[in-house]
Design a protein around this ligand. Structure first.
Ligand SMILES: Cc1cc2nc3c(=O)[nH]c(=O)nc-3n(C[C@H](O)[C@H](O)[C@H](O)COP(=O)(O)OP(=O)(O)OC[C@H]3O[C@@H](n4cnc5c(N)ncnc54)[C@H](O)[C@@H]3O)c2cc1C
Length: 471
């Protein structure tokens, strides 16, 4: 009798847990479906790099959905991983690293996007032999990708240079000329030093690239990376200032050969295979050229009356320099939203944000939540479906669904993205489209897991590794 009761009890308990599991599963599926639908609302799908899931291998463990720092790029649907918000992927690649069965690779977006990207081999070479593209210009965002690509590309170049029999006969010709001193250009330059290659790095602006232009004290998310002339760099997050100070420290003691304030205007390859690089102030010759230009190019302008006024700006570094001001921020991406919230925190500022769409669609989850709070409390007034009609010295005119509204204004910031340097690439003869980006993405994924393995082992550090308290 007792055993009958025990069996019955066990059956009821099992049924309860099975029911609960199925209910949870159903709820998860519904959430995923909602996330997929929400993702579809805001984008036609991934816009750049994104995970590719091999559904024949996916075992539905959901690990990939838990490791993504961007939140809901992936979701579980009917027991399998699916892309819910592909446009939010910025290439961390942690899903691919974490997948226990290797069912995920990071690939580039649709052919339509590919047509907008320079052709690149899996070794970062453009359609022009010995002309390379590394870093964000090649399609993969993030500092770690820029560092990895710059380093690996110079490794390949070093092998090519070693195989050249005519090297000693070429006078006044660099082994490699690097354009851009963001993370990709810095990493490439340091690797060239390690390989004892002759090189010069040309930077139109300042060392640090996009990172140098981040707002003051911005928290930068990084990943462990093997940094040339240093060794393993293990920080996961640090301030922009600390990251720049780290690069500065390594560059200073490595005798970095950089020329800042020098913009590269043209690159031509002669019949002898040597490149002539023309800049704003001179000419250089090099056997190979590595373009690490980033994708920001020049800030996109609105093209409206009064935009040339000095109060209209495209970059905000020191939000705390502005107090008691009437401010307009234009744009609906993370940069615009972060700037508006940062400025709204300063004493006495009245901040308005104008965005041409009906809602924010592509901003990070945490920015979305903070912004909702700012709107609710009135710290930032947001005009959706609005466009700037004109900037005047003391005011700005907004077009709100056909109605014009003029408001007092001291400063305006426009965050409408940047125009990537496609025109420059086309001018120098780089071919676009049908690139082997899937291969490059898959290579990135393979490298990430190899590197993760290597970084957990003790790596011999290079010059002075670990000597700084900061790093
Ligand atoms: C707001 C914002 C926040 C971000 N936060 C993070 C983060 O937290 N973590 C992360 O990993 N990534 C982040 N990123 C992305 C990261 O900044 C980029 O992926 C990275 O900087 C790309 O490095 P890069 O070297 O390829 O290009 P860039 O950093 O853009 O550097 C390119 C350099 O080339 C120079 N240049 C361009 N054209 C010429 C020319 N003709 N002649 C000479 N020099 C030229 C430019 O002046 C620039 O210095 C963020 C990006 C933005 C916009």
């Amino acid at each position: 009798m007792d055993s009958l009761f025990a069996a019955g009890f066990a059956l009821v308990v099992t049924a309860f847990f099975v029911f609960r599991y199925l209910k949870k599963q159903k709820q998860r599926d519904e959430e995923a479906r909602a996330a997929v639908e929400k993702g579809k609302m805001y984008s036609e799908g991934p816009r750049g790099q994104h995970p590719h899931i091999d559904i024949t291998n996916c075992i539905g463990c959901a690990t990939c959905t838990q490791v993504c720092p961007e939140g809901d790029v992936l979701a579980m649907l009917a027991g399998q991983a699916v892309i819910a918000n592909g446009h939010k992927c910025i290439g961390h690649g942690l899903c691919a690293e974490a997948c226990p069965v290797g069912a995920i690779t990071i690939v580039m977006a649709s052919p339509s996007l590919g047509a907008d990207m320079p052709f690149l081999s899996a070794e970062f070479e453009t359609s022009i032999n010995n002309l390379f593209i590394v870093g964000e210009l090649g399609g993969l965002a993030l500092i770690k990708n820029a560092v990895n690509q710059g380093r690996d590309c110079v490794d390949l170049l070093a092998r090519r240079m070693a195989a050249r029999k005519d090297r000693s006969k070429l006078v006044d010709v660099y082994d490699v000329l690097i354009v851009g001193a963001g993370p990709a250009g810095i990493s490439s330059s340091l690797r060239a030093i390690e390989h004892k290659m002759s090189y010069v790095t040309l930077e139109r602006d300042e060392i640090g690239g996009t990172v140098a232009k981040f707002p003051r004290q911005k928290l930068v998310m990084t990943s462990p990376v093997q940094f040339p002339m240093y060794g393993k760099f293990n920080k996961l997050e640090l301030s922009k200032e600390h990251l720049l100070a780290f690069w500065d420290m390594v560059l200073n003691r490595s005798d970095f050969n950089v020329r800042t304030g020098e913009k590269v205007d043209d690159i031509k390859k002669g019949p002898d295979g040597v490149f002539t690089v023309t800049t704003s102030t001179g000419q250089y010759r090099a056997l190979s050229v590595l373009l690490a230009l980033g994708r920001n190019g020049d800030p996109r302008k609105l093209g409206v009356k009064g935009e040339e006024l000095p109060k209209v700006m495209y970059r905000l570094i020191e939000a705390d320099h502005y107090t008691d001001k009437k401010i307009l921020v234009v744009g609906g991406g993370d940069s615009a939203v972060e700037a508006a919230m940062g400025l709204a925190q300063q004493k006495g500022n009245v901040v308005t944000l104008s965005y041409r769409q009906a809602q924010f669609g592509r901003i990070k989850e945490r920015n979305s939540k903070r912004m909702e709070e700012c709107m609710r409390t009135g710290r930032v007034k947001v005009f959706f479906n609005s466009n700037v009609a004109e900037f005047k010295p003391n005011s700005v005119v907004l077009d709100l669904n056909g109605q014009q509204q003029e408001m007092a204004n001291d400063f305006a910031w426009i965050f409408a993205g940047g125009s990537p340097p496609s025109a420059f690439l086309k001018k120098i003869g780089v071919k676009f489209g049908s690139q082997d980006i899937t291969l490059a993405g898959a290579q990135e994924t393979r490298r990430a897991s190899q590197e993760k393995k290597a970084l957990t082992e003790q790596t011999p550090a290079k010059v002075g590794s670990g000597s700084s308290q900061l790093f």
